[in-house]
Ligand binder design. Sequence first.
Ligand code: HEM
Length: 172
Amino acid sequence: MKGTILRCLKELVEEKFGVDKWRAVAAKVEGMPRVILPISDVPDAKVIEAVQATCDVLGITLQQAADAFGDYWVNVYSQKYYSSFYKNTDNARDFILSMDKVHEAMTSNLENAHPPKFSYAWKDDKTLIFDYTSNRGLIDFAVGLLKGVGIHYNTNLKITKLSDKQIEIIFP
Ligand code: HEM
């Protein structure tokens, strides 16, 4: 996975919980790079280990870590580094519907990127079935990120994980 994901996790832990906490997380992950460049390649297993270590060090569940990551990624990290993707959308619905294309565009010229694939089906005019395909099995992070989008656009989204592949999003 691209280093940007791990870098965001590091920034989040350091900023919200303290530099010492990240040191404790890093100490649990063998071969954790000291400097994490956004376009570097980090083995998926190391990212998963770092997430697990974060849960252990902070005493939080995986979904709590995923929610904290999603909020930080959408509302802090990507606002600094990827703000262009927010320029053309002023609402949560359009932003979420643009995510498949954004992941494709972001990674199409990056070697070794394997972005998740999203597809969309409307159950009724307010209920979107968001389909997540990736062999990484990180749907809890997709849930946390979607919650972050709701916070960003100040929109009360009802988000429910239906399975390891599907999330239901009800718009107001
Ligand atoms: C401007 C906003 C965003 C940008 C620029 C962005 C970009 C990226 C990048 C570069 C990766 C790493 C891909 C790789 O290394 O193969 C990634 C992973 C991921 N993104 Fe996003 N992302 C954004 C928002 C979102 C949102 C709102 C969701 C909600 C569904 C999401 C879901 C995920 C997931 C679940 C992964 C983990 C990889 C996987 O499951 O295979 N992202 N994203």
